[in-house]
Design a protein around this ligand. Structure first.
Ligand code: AMP
Ligand code: MG
Length: 354
């Protein structure tokens, strides 16, 4: 089954392919636990497939008709982002750019926003939106494939950032390469889409509080009527039934988790997953799961969870401390690392005892 890899799939499949075990595993990473609501305070909850996963909007407000209308607006803007940025959709704007990569193309505004955010956050060395050809080598959506050195180096040559002229872009042709370059905003698009959804929910004043989640990224708006905090749980990377950490906050915030278990296969005892080190084109090692949480946009949180996953636990903890973010890491040995969000952010991170 070919699916978008903008995000996790909501289901788990398992099988054996060509004598090696192949897993495509993806589960929503967050648990939402609305607590303490009287029936009058219950949110309107709508769940739909979007962004290659399942998006759920929980929205509070006085007037159910207006809240429902705002939820429709939110899903419409999510679809609009998807129509621009999904590299795996035949009809997206990005797919059209990738189909003729050496010609000049106007970059969609969403892509410009993501490229600018990568620069602003200072993570261009670990977050690269040009790894499409490298990711495809691994065939995560199919049988799983371990690329040869030659395949990797050819694909990596194409993966340098394209030439950019204001908001136009083109890849530079590399004569020796057989691999085609391509843009892939799968590590950031969910966050951007959820920001747009939050804006839509907020636009007409009908929604007083909302939690929007695409599984690996969650954004919140305002507060619940009873003042209870938003709660998001992060699951164990090897056991989806176990919650390892719960984050709580009121008001606007965002949380993203990147994990080595969303798209992966095992070959000869080696775990190959979908978050790649741009320097080598191989799966980033050192981390199984990394969560960032803060008073920032969904876009920033989505970019940062991917980038800090690549950087590894030590650099991730240092970045989080320097930038006032909460971070929770389960490393490749199963050890946990937690950097609390700063006290003035009023975001609490609690690790569950095993
Ligand atoms: P996320 O689940 O947000 O961490 O995003 C993972 C997705 O981002 C992968 O499925 C790829 O499409 C893409 N990706 C993989 N490695 C990187 C990287 N180093 N920088 C940016 N995007 C990446
Ligand atoms: Mg991401």
């Amino acid at each position: 089954m070919r699916t978008s890899i903008l995000a996790a799939l909501p289901a788990r499949t398992e099988g054996t392919v060509l004598g090696r075990r192949f897993f495509a595993l993806a589960i929503a990473l967050t648990l939402i636990t609305p607590a303490g609501c009287s029936s009058a305070d219950k949110p309107i909850t709508v769940t739909r497939p979007a962004l290659g996963t399942v998006v759920t909007i929980n929205a509070y407000g006085e007037n159910p008709r207006d809240v429902n209308a705002a939820i429709e607006d939110a899903f419409a803007v999510i679809s609009a982002v998807e129509a621009e940025l999904d590299a795996y959709s035949a009809t997206s704007t990005i797919a059209a750019i990738n189909a003729a990569p050496f010609e000049w193309h106007a970059l969609p505004a969403d892509a410009v926003e993501i490229l600018d955010a990568i620069e602003r956050l200072g993570v261009a060395e670990s977050f690269s939106p040009t790894l499409l050809g490298v990711v495809k080598l691994y065939d995560f959506g199919g049988d799983g494939h371990v690329p040869t050195e030659g395949e990797l180096s050819a694909a990596l040559q194409t993966a340098s950032m394209p030439e950019r002229d204001d908001d136009r872009v083109r890849f530079l042709g590399i004569a020796s390469s057989t691999a085609e370059p391509g843009l892939d905003f799968g590590g950031a698009a969910k966050g951007l889409a959820l920001d747009r959804a939050r804006d839509a929910l907020n636009a007409k004043g009908a929604v007083t509080g909302a939690l929007v989640t695409a599984g690996s990224t969650t954004v919140t708006l305002g507060s619940k009527p009873d003042g209870e905090p938003w709660r998001v749980g992060v699951e164990d990377p090897r056991d989806a039934t176990v919650v390892r950490m719960t984050a709580e906050w009121t008001g606007n915030g965002a949380l993203s988790t990147s994990g080595d278990y969303q798209h992966y296969f095992e070959h000869n005892g080696v775990w190959y997953h979908h978050i790649l080190d741009p320097k080598t084109g191989t799966p980033a090692r050192g981390t199984r799961s990394l969560t960032v949480v803060g008073r920032f946009s969904g876009l920033d949180s989505d970019i940062l969870s991917t980038a800090l996953f690549v950087d590894g636990p030590d650099a991730a903890l240092a970045y989080a401390t320097a930038h006032g973010l909460g971070v929770y890491i389960i490393d490749s040995e199963g050890r946990t690392h937690l950097a609390s969000a700063p006290a003035d952010s009023s975001i609490s991170l609690s690790e569950q005892s095993e």
